[in-house]
Design a protein around this ligand. Structure first.
Ligand SMILES: NC(=O)c1ccc[n+]([C@@H]2O[C@H](COP(=O)([O-])OP(=O)(O)OC[C@H]3O[C@@H](n4cnc5c(N)ncnc54)[C@H](OP(=O)(O)O)[C@@H]3O)[C@@H](O)[C@H]2O)c1
Length: 510
């Protein structure tokens, strides 16, 4: 059973394995996966004999693939830590191969298998394989079935092992997620399947459990008696750019709420697990999803604020409206912004609203969770002339400027009793001298060592869809003219403000 590694002295290194990246000619492989794997290599987390095979339909030689990756790794690393180490790159590059093939061709998968066998024999790799599905989702089923045909899935076998990492989105609604789960589980055991959501690999997200459960002061207060409400905002400053065609089939509910926002909500609201095993942690997350008060389809149009950005300005640059973006229909009703109130109907959270909000073309890129504590009694300081005082707020900055801040009241120096709110602030960069590592590095290593804690289990993904699918269904008939608009560069439509202000609260980020 996989278990979270809490030993600070251990250097995690996987067994020798071949990693096959499907969709290797694509954006994710170039910008995220290969820079992360190279970084793991440079930090000695990968075994000397590791090998990576890129697989996609585009014709390329090994040398061309290596040269493409070298350029993108240079681009990626130079914006973070400086220049690429040429010697390390040369040794790493000799472990990279390319195999051209279709995703629906059993013959091409038979050729892939042969290639894996040859490379494994040359490099003395005992046959372990990590298959990474980095293609658009329509290719997932073919790849999974052909891995089975080519006997590369090795169900029920742990030596050598085979694992599959499946990129998001995992389904587009409850039915399609169930179907994909069923296909994957016909071919692999659940323990072999790693459904990835890179948000879970972020240090700040992993730190939510540590903050709550490794400190005596927070967990005791972490309940309805002391918490007034919780806000979760995931704001992107960019628009859809050239990806409008893809985005229009998705929207903020599918792209952000069903996965990223649900994970953050679960980590804030879950009960302490009985242990740090992957299943114990994921059991508690599923319980939160099951306790979410459903938003039935017939209530979704009124209870959930959905909107699209119209033309505006971000950082002094003009941004055209969503409906003017490339490949977006002029009468699209896909939301680029969503805000709603959720309730976790269990003993701990009864009566505590969770306000969730995400959107594109908002004033800045920023994901944060804020825990708003109850007001203090309206006596002593919390009444005129010093009061009313602002309640304490604990803010977890998921990205950027990763850190945690606690807002509290203090007496300003002087003869009068002047009370002023201040913030205690912890920043990763200042405290640890470095920004947190990239999420893909952490998750790729976890998959290579078989630790599934930060990956989504089948029941978890389905429970998240069970909550989100009725909302999508309930909003599916919105006429184009009824779709709310907000100017790019603002915090969404006024209806999102009204949603929270109706309860006497305000969005912290504005
Ligand atoms: N890019 C990101 O930052 C990011 C972030 C999170 C999750 N993801 C997920 O990761 C996966 C890959 O993303 P990506 O941005 O790399 O995608 P992509 O560049 O559009 O596609 C990856 C590769 O898949 C192949 N492909 C494209 N369209 C296809 C189709 N209709 N049928 C079969 N193969 C097709 C292409 O390779 P060949 O034509 O050479 O076969 C392409 O180079 C997606 O599921 C995406 O949702 C991406």
């Amino acid at each position: 059973m996989s278990q979270t590694n809490t030993d600070p002295t251990s250097t995690r290194q996987s067994d020798p394995f071949v990693m096959v990246v499907f969709g290797a000619s694509g954006d994710l492989t170039r910008r995220k996966l290969m820079p992360a794997i190279f970084q793991l290599w440079c930090e000695n987390h990968l075994p000397e004999s590791a090998a990576i095979i890129g697989y996609s339909r585009t014709a390329k030689t090994d040398e061309e693939f290596r040269a493409d990756l070298c350029d993108s790794i240079r681009d990626s690393l130079s914006c973070h830590e400086g220049l690429i180490d040429d010697a390390a790159w040369e040794t790493f590059a000799s472990r990279i191969y390319y195999q051209q093939g279709a995703y629906d061709s059993p013959d091409d998968f038979a050729a892939l298998r042969q290639r894996i066998e040859v490379i494994s024999a040359e490099r003395d790799i005992p046959g372990n394989c990590l298959h990474y599905l980095a293609t658009p989702p329509m290719a997932f089923e073919s790849i999974i079935r052909n891995l089975d045909c080519a006997q590369l899935a090795r169900r029920g076998q742990t030596d050598p092992w085979a694992r599959v990492v499946i990129e998001k989105p995992f389904g587009t609604d409850l039915d399609s997620a169930r179907k994909l789960n069923q296909i994957a589980r016909e071919v692999f055991d659940e323990e072999q399947i790693f459904r990835i959501d890179h948000y879970l690999g972020k240090e700040t997200v992993q730190n939510i459990m540590v903050l709550r459960m490794a400190n005596s002061i927070f967990e005791h207060l972490w309940r309805h008696d002391y918490i007034d409400h919780v806000q979760i905002t995931a704001a992107e400053s960019l628009g859809v750019g050239t990806r409008g065609g893809y985005y229009d089939t998705s929207g903020a509910l599918r792209d952000m709420v069903q996965n990223h926002l649900m994970h953050l909500l679960c980590l804030v609201a879950m009960e302490p697990p009985v242990s740090l095993t992957a299943d114990a942690i994921r059991d508690e997350k599923v319980k939160v999803l099951r306790a979410l008060r459903p938003i039935p389809a017939q209530c979704a149009a009124n209870g959930v604020v959905r909107a699209q950005y119209s033309g505006g300005q971000i950082d002094g640059q003009n941004e055209p409206g969503y409906r003017q973006a490339e490949n977006v229909p002029p009468d699209s009703t896909t939301e680029t912004f969503v805000a709603f109130k959720a309730h976790v109907d269990n003993w701990r959270w009864t009566g505590v609203p969770f306000y969730l909000r995400t959107g594109k073309c908002l004033p800045r890129r920023c994901t944060e969770i804020s825990i708003h504590f109850e007001d203090i009694p309206k006596v002593l300081f919390n009444r005129p002339p010093a009061g009313p005082l602002r309640p304490n707020v604990l803010t977890i900055r998921v990205q950027p400027n990763e850190g945690i801040a606690l807002e509290f009241q203090t007496k300003a120096p002087g003869q009068a009793m002047h009370i002023q709110p201040l913030e205690m602030d912890f920043g990763y960069q200042e405290s640890f001298g470095q920004a947190p590592p990239d999420a893909y590095q952490r998750l790729l290593l976890d998959a290579a060592v078989g630790d599934a804690t930060l990956f989504t289990r089948s029941d978890e993904v389905e429970a998240a869809w069970e909550f989100v699918s009725p909302i999508i269904e309930g909003c599916s008939n919105t006429p184009p003219e009824a779709m709310l608009q907000y100017p790019a560069g603002t915090w969404g439509p006024k209806e999102a403000e009204e949603l929270i202000e109706a309860d006497g609260n305000k969005w912290r980020l504005k």
